[in-house]
Design a protein around this ligand. Structure first.
Ligand SMILES: [Zn+2]
Length: 319
C-alpha cells in the first residue's frame, strides 16, 4: 500500500510558527499532525501554501514568496526523506522508492494578487494545484460564505492555469462558481478536500449533482477528515467517514475517490491523529471495501489523475 493525500496545511502551519519543536528542521520532526519522520516512506503529500482571502496585492505576493522559500528550505534540509515532484512519473518513482513525494499546492486564488501574469510564477514554482478560493471572496471568485460566482478575472485565468499544467481545485468554491467553472474548464478539475452533502449537510461538502459531474469529467475528490464535514455528531468514527465513501461509490465514484485529509488545516478525530494514523485508515478501508478499492482511494486514483491531466496537454478551453 502507498498513500497519496491531496491536501494538508502543514507547511503553512509550521511557517507561521505553530507546533514547533526546537531547531531549524521543522518538517522532519514537529508537534503538528504531519512530520516527515512520522510519515515514513511510500507517501505522496500535497503541501498547501494557504493564502487567506483577505490577503491581496503586495501582501499576498510576499506571503507566497516567503512561505515558498520556507517550503524549499525544509525540502532541501531533508533530501534523504523527501523530494518535491514535478510530474506524475516523478511522483510514482519517489513513492515506490519508499520516499516522500512532496507536491506543492496553493490554497487561495488571492496568490495571483489579481494579476494573470502571476500564473507563470506558480508554474515556475511547480505548483500543481490551485484551490480557487477559501471561504470568502477573492479576485477570482467567492467561497461558500457567499453565492456570487466567478469574476471576469476568474473566468480568464482558467485556460491559463490549464495551459500551465496547474489543476483547478473547487473545494471551498461555492455552487454558483462551481457550475460557471464547469462551463469554461477544458480539462478535468478536482475537489481536493470535500465530503458528501447528502451524508453531512455542510456547505463545504459536495452535492450529489456536483459529485456526479466530477465523475463525468474524470475529476478527483479527496475525502476530508474535518469532524464538522463528516457528521453532526462529535468525534465521528470510521463508520461515519466510510458512509461518505459508500455514498460516493453509489454515485459511480470508484475511480475518482482519493484522500484529502486536511491535516493541520483542521482538528481531526482522535483515531486519525497524528498523521501516521493514515496507515491504519488504509487498513480499515481494505477491511471494509476490499484491497483493490482501498488501493484506488489511498493513492492509485490520484496518481492516475495526475497522469491523465498531463496527457491532456494544453486542452482548448470552451470559451
Ligand atoms: Zn481548506
Amino acid at each position: 500500500m502507498f498513500l497519496l493525500d491531496l491536501h494538508c496545511d502543514t507547511i503553512t502551519r509550521l511557517y507561521r510558527g505553530e507546533h514547533l519543536q526546537s531547531g531549524d528542521n521543522q518538517l522532519r520532526e514537529n508537534q503538528a499532525h504531519l512530520s516527515l519522520k512520522r510519515m515514513g516512506g511510500g507517501w505522496g503529500q500535497c503541501f498547501a501554501i494557504f493564502l487567506p482571502d483577505e490577503y491581496c496585492g503586495q501582501r499576498a505576493i510576499e506571503e507566497f514568496e516567503t512561505c515558498y522559500a520556507y517550503f524549499q528550505h525544509q525540502i532541501a534540509e531533508n533530501q534523504d526523506l523527501v523530494q518535491q515532484v514535478r510530474t506524475a512519473e516523478e511522483m510514482e518513482s519517489v513513492i515506490k522508492a519508499e520516499k516522500i513525494a512532496a507536491v506543492l499546492t496553493v490554497e487561495g486564488g488571492s496568490v495571483l494578487a489579481g494579476d494573470l501574469s502571476r500564473v507563470q510564477t506558480l508554474v515556475d514554482a511547480v505548483v500543481k494545484i490551485l484551490t480557487f478560493t477559501w471561504n470568502g471572496r477573492n479576485e477570482l471568485a467567492s467561497g461558500t460564505l457567499t453565492d456570487e460566482g466567478l469574476t471576469p478575472l476568474g473566468r480568464a485565468v482558467i485556460p491559463l492555469l490549464e495551459q500551465g499544467g496547474i489543476i483547478i481545485d473547487v473545494s471551498h468554491l461555492n455552487e454558483t462558481g462551481f457550475w460557471e467553472l464547469d462551463q469554461i474548464a477544458g480539462k478535468p478539475f478536482i475537489a481536493s478536500h470535500s465530503n458528501a452533502r447528502s451524508v453531512c449537510d455542510h456547505p463545504r461538502n459536495l452535492t450529489d449533482q456536483q459529485f456526479k459531474r466530477l465523475v463525468q469529467r474524470g475529476g478527483l475528490v479527496g475525502i476530508n477528515f474535518c469532524p464538522q464535514f463528516i457528521s453532526s455528531l462529535e468525534n465521528p468514527n470510521f463508520d461515519a467517514l466510510a458512509a461518505h465513501i459508500q455514498h460516493f461509490l453509489e454515485l459511480g465514484g470508484e475511480d475518482i475517490l482519493a484522500l484529502g485529509s486536511d491535516y493541520d488545516g483542521t482538528d481531526v478525530p482522535e483515531w486519525l491523529n497524528p498523521g501516521e494514523k493514515l496507515w491504519n485508515f488504509s487498513e480499515l478501508l481494505e477491511k471494509r471495501f476490499g484491497k483493490e478499492l482501498a488501493e484506488k482511494i489511498c493513492w492509485r486514483n490520484a496518481l492516475d489523475f495526475f497522469y491523465r491531466y498531463e496527457a491532456q496537454g494544453e486542452a482548448t478551453s470552451q470559451s
